[in-house]
Write a protein that binds this ligand. Structure first.
Ligand code: IMP
Length: 430
């Protein structure tokens, strides 16, 4: 198994950082392929905490090549700031270990403003975005008016591209009573940082194919989770990219057969940040307990995450949608103190039993979860490294979860520490 894709199987924040960090120690190349600086991956290595938003997790390890693929949207200032921040912690970032796709699309200040203007104007219909300009930037990409990394190459080209994109944005801004966005100041600022960005820029599809020929191990690092996928998630309360595993191929320029193993990161309960349906949400003491024990606050926006029981119906669905081969179960220890644990095993909508989440938003709001109850194990699992050492009731819960989602569990994480993991199967080994 040379190439592994890691993706979130719920609404993001499944604890990908720790798993990606562990896998990136085995990989030669780490590739981000979608999303932008709405993501937040926290790594703790030798007591130092690294918070990454755009840079692939491989960046903090020596002798790895990190790639930002064409599917990522890049705020160039946020990227340069992150590079400076990580360098100040002693990490090397240069053209030997960082490659940025020349065709990645840029997030510019008017995208961030548009994200904010729209969220503020949406009232109850707001999505609860990270307000980083992600959605507006992807809209410009598919609208074929975006500015890409390669457009920074010349003033005349940039001038022409800015003219096109601002024609569109200024029409909307005018309609919303906002001021006109002038291109000249932005053009100057972009030209100033252009060399800093362009020096990393390469045809990523070509590099990845070269690495494949050399038999290098590639880790594709997903951001967010499948339920936030623009096609398969709880639309419209989603992000604006495809977060499923196949996006690794389009977002970096290699075929789907380049991914040999898809690892889905799955939390032992469920969380969500932002608005939108959440069938197993707990608006009670238990929800608060999960939030406190699990430290459920957003890495990027510090927002409190909504918490609820594990939704087997949803995870079984996302596993099928994304072709997940195995899951890494995270944050099991957060459930340690509970007397009783519930797992959603079916839905009821208007008195009818359903075994999947329907696509219509109105139906999603009507969903009533049907639970299977489990006795809590009421003892500490933190730091356990062998499945057999887990408490009996924890094993019952995990076995039932595995059977229900119809996919094997390849590892179980029992604390944020890198070594506190029960490893059942290594995705990189055959
Ligand atoms: P956007 O990606 O900023 O447009 O936000 C759209 C939705 O995705 C909102 O509900 C965000 O809270 C959510 N979201 C975006 N990035 C992440 C993430 O990395 N983790 C969890 N939720 C996210």
């Amino acid at each position: 198994m040379n190439n592994v894709a890691v993706i979130g199987s719920q609404w993001g924040d499944e604890g990908k950082g720790k798993i990606v960090d562990w896998l990136s120690s085995e990989a030669d190349i780490v590739v981000r392929f979608q999303g932008g600086h709405n993501a937040g991956h926290t790594l703790v290595i030798n007591g130092i905490t690294y918070k990454l938003r755009l840079l692939p997790s491989g960046i903090v390890r020596q002798n790895k090549i990190s790639i930002i693929g064409n599917g990522v949207v890049i705020d160039p200032w946020a990227l340069l700031e992150e590079i400076d921040e990580i360098k100040s912690k002693g990490v090397k970032v240069d053209t030997d270990n960082l490659i940025i796709s020349e065709s990645a699309n840029l997030i510019l200040p008017f995208h961030k403003e548009m994200d904010e203007i729209r969220e503020d104007a949406a009232g109850k219909a707001k999505i609860g975005t990270t307000r980083r300009g992600i959605g507006p930037a992807y809209e410009d990409k598919v609208g074929r008016r975006s500015i890409r990394v390669m457009d920074l190459i010349s003033e005349s080209n940039l001038d022409h591209r800015l003219e096109t994109v601002l024609l569109h944005h200024n029409a909307i801004r005018k309609g919303l009573g906002k001021n006109i966005f002038r291109k000249d100041k932005l053009k100057k600022e972009l030209l100033k940082i252009a060399p800093e960005i362009l020096k990393f820029s390469q045809p990523v599809w070509k590099k990845i194919n070269e690495f494949k020929k050399l038999n290098k191990k590639i880790l594709f690092e997903g951001a967010q989770g499948i339920l936030l996928d623009v096609d398969h998630g709880t639309y419209p309360f989603v992000t604006s990219s495809n977060t499923v595993a196949s996006a690794a191929a389009t977002g970096s320029g290699c075929g789907p057969n380049s991914i040999n193993y898809v690892l889905g990161i799955t939390k032992a309960y469920t969380t969500r940040v932002g608005e939108g349906p959440f069938p197993t949400e707990l608006k009670d003491e238990i929800g608060d307990k999960l939030g406190t024990r699990g430290k459920e606050f957003g890495t990027v926006t510090s927002r409190k995450r909504r918490c609820g029981w594990f939704d087997g119906v949803l995870v079984r669905q996302t596993i099928k949608i994304s072709g997940i081969d195995g899951i890494a179960l995270t944050k099991l220890d957060v459930l340690d103190e509970l007397d009783e644990i519930k797992m959603c095993v079916a839905y009821e909508i208007d008195g009818k039993k359903m075994d999947y989440l329907p696509a219509a938003f109105e139906d999603q709001l009507k969903v009533k979860p049907i639970y299977k109850k489990f006795k809590g194990w009421k003892s500490e699992t933190k730091g356990i490294k062998k499945f057999d050492d887990l408490p009996k009731n924890a094993k019952i819960y995990i076995n039932e979860l595995e059977n229900f989602i119809e996919t094997r569990i390849s590892s179980i994480s029992t604390s944020p520490e890198r070594n506190d993991t029960i490893l059942i199967e290594d995705p990189f080994s055959d």
